[in-house]
Design a protein around this ligand. Structure first.
Ligand code: HEC
Ligand code: HEC
Length: 174
């Protein structure tokens, strides 16, 4: 019995860890991670080879996470995408998330742990996190990023379903 249980655990371990993989693929994508950056508050721009660089023009989001202290994001980022290639993309209330929601340069395990931690996810249950993904204009922008930008993988609905499936499977982390 004990051996069987241990075998089951060994099998469940990697399988459960994999459940977070489809969620990680979205959150770590540049269309999401370029905004989900650390306390330095410098958004990221994507290079053609898939790497990133700091946002140009010395943009600093500051404590406000909207650049109020220096140059507000809304100076250039409107409520919709600038249709010209290289123009600033847009969605309502363009801003960086709070620093504790950082995903850029974080491992799957780190992102997983913080996503389910109400102290670091805006006080949400995982159902509320999934709901945010299908309703928030900044998240939805990640799938409609305008000319010259790859959208995040899959769809908002598939991502929400993957979050709920991972939650139901026990929200284990890789
Ligand atoms: C323009 C910047 C921006 C982009 C791009 C962006 N986000 Fe966010 N995100 C935010 C802001 C601001 C918040 C904080 C909103 C809040 O807590 O109410 C946030 C919070 C979140 C949260 C809730 C907090 C948490 O950690 O659970 C989720 C989930 C989320 N974003 C998912 C995404 C996904 C998925 C993408 C890409 C498809 C994405 N975001 C792209 C700005 C952005
Ligand atoms: C002076 C104008 C200007 C200001 C101010 C500005 N941006 Fe930008 N931003 C741009 C332009 C132009 C681009 C498009 C660059 C490109 O794709 O080559 C861009 C692109 C971005 C991207 C990349 C989107 C992606 O995934 O491709 C993010 C994220 C971003 N800005 C966040 C912000 C945030 C947050 C602020 C405020 C703290 C801000 N920007 C302030 C002009 C500006």
């Amino acid at each position: 019995m004990i051996r069987a249980a241990a075998l089951l655990l060994a099998l469940a371990g990697p399988a459960a860890a994999q459940d977070f993989a489809p969620v990680y693929d979205v959150l770590s994508h540049p269309r999401c991670a370029n905004c989900h950056v650390d306390e330095a508050g410098i958004p990221l721009w994507s290079n053609d080879d898939g790497t990133t660089r700091p946002h140009g023009m010395n943009v600093q989001a500051g404590e406000s996470r909207m650049g109020i202290e220096t140059l507000p994001c809304a100076t250039c980022h409107g409520t919709q995408n600038n249709p010209l290639p290289g123009g600033a993309p847009g969605a309502p209330d363009w801003a960086l998330p709070p620093a504790e929601m950082v995903w850029a340069a974080r491992s799957a395990r780190e992102i997983c742990e913080q996503l389910k931690d109400p102290e670091r996810n805006g006080g949400r249950t995982l159902e509320e996190v999934a709901d945010h993904v299908v309703h928030d204009p900044l998240v939805l922008w990640g799938w409609t990023p305008g000319p010259g930008r790859d959208p995040a993988p899959g769809t908002p609905e598939e991502t929400a379903a993957a979050i709920l499936a991972w939650a139901e499977a026990g929200s284990t982390c890789p």
